[in-house]
Design a protein around this ligand. Structure first.
Ligand code: HAM
Length: 447
């Protein structure tokens, strides 16, 4: 086969039908658990003013400094740097909360979103430039019970997807912004006189965002960090108490966690609770999801001070976990009936049968071409059809049709008018893929 002229851009993937089944399955689990817990769905634009991400996530974080996809247009007056594709949902959802005066709504406001995010990262396994997140945000109140309940909902989603057992939930409390400021100062002081032992990149980080030295991959930095002050020494008593209460509530809910006082997370907006779901084997390298409390964020974006807590799961990494665990996403794309025909009048006649079967909820393919009945049968087999209806010129004249059970390899001639009810009977009413308008309204957030 010759090489295709065009391929997906680096770090992006086509979601082929096989994987869509997993995406759909995850979305269903998320929607179900979110609705049970009172969340409502929100969609924000895929791009926003770059400023929102700089202020929210932090100007000197990896995401903003290195990974933002800038978008612009030759047709607009705005500069190329003015907009960026969203690298996550939280900042956008908070922007929307402010813009639409959601502070007037009963608090907390619980919102969830599902969709693509973009980070211009160096692509590697589990790390893509376009990936998908589901995101849950609880905005308006600060209470350990909300942190614990949010974590519990996430646990339920992972349990529904049958991967909770292969994940560990890492939990920490990063204190208040003041605690972090004091800690950052202590880190800076610690490194006075040691800067020249740091690799160049980390020397820069020491100035811009010293917390990032903590998860530096550089060996020299790691050696120095071992004796550096740790964040837990700077956490105030209220935060410690907050953390204890979160854990108490998690225990009450029977939620498993592992305390990890090294966990800081790569976004600037967090305070108090932070948590991540790790693969038991690979640990923090490719976290399956993460979140935490972000009480300062809405004010940073220009709103009234309003606390929040949230979480985002990475769908590609979750799908990987599901496949590792041998979890099959239900496949609803099977073909029930293939309608083979020969001759113009048969072809015309079978169009109505195909349409009726589809309306009744039978997955039907047919009237595809002019090939012989034999090769259409082979095609039916390749499509995995359970039944084939065959309509040739003779059957048209006789007012009949041949019904073939593909697995049993048996066939019989029946009256043409009986074809549809007969197939429905064979498939079974409970297996028909039907929906009524009521369901359609309930499921309008299907995407
Ligand atoms: P995050 O830890 O940056 O948090 O991302 C959440 C999850 O998205 C990660 O754990 C990972 O599964 C997935 N993810 C991130 N980057 C990539 C990538 N390049 N390729 C594939 N998957 C990726 C947030 O985004 C926060 N907004 C979470 C949050 C919500 N905090 C409060 N509310």
């Amino acid at each position: 086969m010759s090489q295709p002229t065009f391929r997906t851009p680096k770090g992006t993937n086509d979601i082929l039908p096989e994987d869509h089944q997993y995406h759909t399955y995850i979305k269903k689990a998320v929607r179900h658990r979110c609705r049970q817990a009172g969340f409502k769905r929100i969609d924000t634009p895929m791009f926003e003013k770059t400023d929102i991400f700089e202020r929210g996530i932090g100007e000197h974080t990896d995401i903003v400094e290195k990974e933002l996809f800038m978008v612009g247009s030759h047709h607009s007056e705005e500069g190329m740097e003015e907009f960026a594709l969203r690298p996550e949902f939280t900042a956008s959802i908070c922007r929307s909360f402010i813009e639409h005066g959601m502070k007037q709504l009963p608090q907390p406001v619980e919102l969830y979103s599902i969709g693509p995010c973009f980070r211009h990262d160096r692509p590697q396994k589990g790390r893509y430039r376009q990936f998908h997140q589901f995101d849950l945000e609880v905005i308006g109140l600060s209470d350990p019970s909300l942190d614990a309940q949010l974590i519990h909902v996430c646990n339920k989603i992972f349990a529904d997807l049958r991967i909770r057992d292969q994940l560990s939930m890492q939990l920490n409390n990063v204190g208040t912004s003041e605690n972090r400021k004091a800690y950052v100062q202590a880190l800076k002081d610690y490194f006075i006189g040691k800067e020249r032992n740091l690799p160049e990149l980390d020397r820069k980080r020491l100035e811009t965002n010293p917390l990032r030295l903590l998860d530096s991959k550089e060996e020299d930095t790691q050696i120095l960090i071992k004796n550096a002050p740790t964040l837990d020494q700077f956490i105030d008593d209220d935060s410690k108490q907050y953390h204890e209460t979160v854990k108490e509530y998690l225990d009450e809910l029977g939620a498993q966690y592992e305390e990890n006082n090294q966990l800081v997370r790569g976004l600037d907006y967090y305070n108090q609770t932070v948590f991540e779901y790790w693969d038991l084997e690979t640990g923090g390298k490719n976290a399956v999801g993460g979140g935490g409390r972000y009480d300062p964020l809405i004010e940073m974006l220009g709103g009234e001070p309003t606390p929040g807590v949230g979480f985002a799961g990475g769908m590609e990494r979750i799908i990987y976990q599901m496949k590792q665990a041998g979890v099959q996403a239900p496949n609803k794309d099977q073909i029930d009936v293939f309608v083979a025909q020969l001759g113009p009048s048969a072809k015309k006649k079978c169009l109505g049968v195909i349409s009726q079967l589809r309306d009744l909820g039978v997955h039907t393919l047919g009237a595809l071409g002019e090939a012989s009945l034999k090769s259409q049968m082979r095609l039916a087999d390749k499509f995995g059809a359970k039944y084939t209806l065959l309509l040739g010129q003779m059957e048209v004249k006789a007012g009949t049709i041949i019904l073939r059970d593909m697995a049993a390899g048996k066939q019989k001639e029946i009256k043409f008018d009986k074809a549809v009810p007969e197939i429905v009977k064979l498939i079974g009413k409970e297996n028909l893929d039907t929906y009524v308008l009521r369901d359609q309204f309930q499921d309008q957030d299907e995407d």
